[in-house]
Design a protein around this ligand. Sequence first.
Ligand code: FEO
Ligand code: CA
Ligand code: CA
Ligand code: CA
Length: 627
Amino acid sequence: MKKDHDLSFDDFDEAVNPRPEGCDFDVVVEEALSRRGFLGGVLAMGGFAALGGAVLPTGAKANGNRFAFDAVAASTEDSIVVPKGYKAEVVMRWADAMWSDSVAFDQDTRGTAETQARTFGDNTDGMEIFMHEGRTLMAINNEYTNRNIIWGNREEGKFANADDVEKGMLAHGVSVVEIAHDGTGWGIVIDSPFNRRITPQTEMALTGPAAGHDLLKTAADPSGTKTFGTWNNCGSGTTPWGTYLACEENFNGYFSAEDENHEVSAELKRYGISASDWGYGWATIDDRFDVAKTPNEPNRAGYVVEIDPRDPNSTPKKRTALGRFKHENAECVVNNDGRLVIYMGDDERGEFLYRYVSNGVYAAGVDTDELMENGSLYAAKFDASGKGTWLALTPENTGMTQAEICIHTRIAASKMGATTMDRPEWVTANPNSDEVYCALTNNKNRGVKTNKGGDETPVEGPNPREANKYGQIVRWKPEGGDHAAGGFDWDLYVLAGNPTVHQDDRAGSDNVNEGNMFNSPDGLAFDSNGLLWIQTDGKYSNADDFAGQGNNQMLAGDPVTGEIRRFLVGPKEAEVTGLCWSGDRRTMFVGIQHPGERGDSHWPDGGTSVPRSAIIAVTREDGGLVG
Ligand code: FEO
Ligand code: CA
Ligand code: CA
Ligand code: CA
């Protein structure tokens, strides 16, 4: 048995709740044959430009090099690598001070619940910048905490008392900080009135169609409209009206039951809830995390949370209209007709890609609550032909009430026959065209096992490789440029792979080569120039299938030519995730998550220091624009 910190969130879930081998042999063979034809097409496309109108055309011209940097080589060093002429500096790390009463990080104890409550959270993920009255406000997800690091002072990295458990809990959530550049570098503005920690204990409102439903009621909240906290916030989003969206992803692993044989409902199982948590121990200090005692509490997590960073006293709102699943991020687009469209991935093996379309239109002075509460949810179905359709998750189609659709969204999408995907991570829309991109990070169960709902995972369409180790990026273009339309055209922007190790489809598409190869694309964001930035959360063994790929990294891709170039490499055992720009676009902020998750990093402070997740500022030495 692997040590628990060697297991991914998905692997934890499978160990607790194993899935049957789901795909019969004939189906796999049949799909593998059609895959050969499909992959031939993708590989031949290479950089896409050669096919002109046969693939997604964009408005931009393919006029040579759009990259303002020379590619960097892969690296296995415990440091940040950026191109010549650029520099990277730490802005804030886990447990850094936000107020003058914050206690400095203690390398020996790694803090207490009290010190963690008054300092920056752990494991930074999605983040966004908001300019407000001349100030730069940043909202940042603190997705989770590595137990072996935060409790590294304890035997086997396990909590020893209730304060340890609460310290771990308070390392989760969202941090809102004002940042400023003091002439030498960026840092937190200590005691800014905008600084705020939002944790699993912060009061929140449940809004939208599921609010007040019986499944959301608990003894502590008989109204089903008031809840506490958010945790495992992964990717982010911003609304057109300037609020922050924090997306609840692997919310399940925090629930447990005293009786380890306690059986949860089929609906909770679909979301990975079981009698065992992942070792955080929250039920030992708060009964709402004991599913035997509070069986509806898990129904109050798994949403997109809207936070107003400009009002530190505002109550965050869980937007049930956007569905409940393992939300990665929320990419908002204002459609041509003014309706708000939000694209969202459900990051688990064989789960789905979703779209929300508001009923109302966005215009100055409209009630924005209304836009996030009344609308329709859809799940994507991809055909092998390069076409796709959005399946409406309505009461009429699913036989479920609107509230049930918003709570058991996965079940609604399964009923409709949506396409099981290779773990949809971030979605991002090209600001210069109507294309939308989604990272499909990897899926070792593709063609091998069903998803948790028993849906088959055939090897076809945008998920063309069995036991997919490397991942791919799919993109689509809505019919008629209308993001609310019923259909779309799709293709693959890149199939990641390793062309130095493999000659078959595991070599990747033609825009992958020895100099830019990577695995497990995850974070995606377009800059204002229309370059696609790709962040990875993959294998960093630098051996075997991953030989030559080094540590996790960030690359830039040209959506028109397909060219991809490596920009940055992270430190050891870290993920590169979260990306945003300063108001003047002369600084790029990049998140570095879980350095040393297996014990082999002292980044960023070096020596024998405790590794700490941090946000870095990347600038040009000549002060030029970086996106
Ligand atoms: Fe938190 Fe899907 O990454
Ligand atoms: Ca991610
Ligand atoms: Ca990931
Ligand atoms: Ca991660």
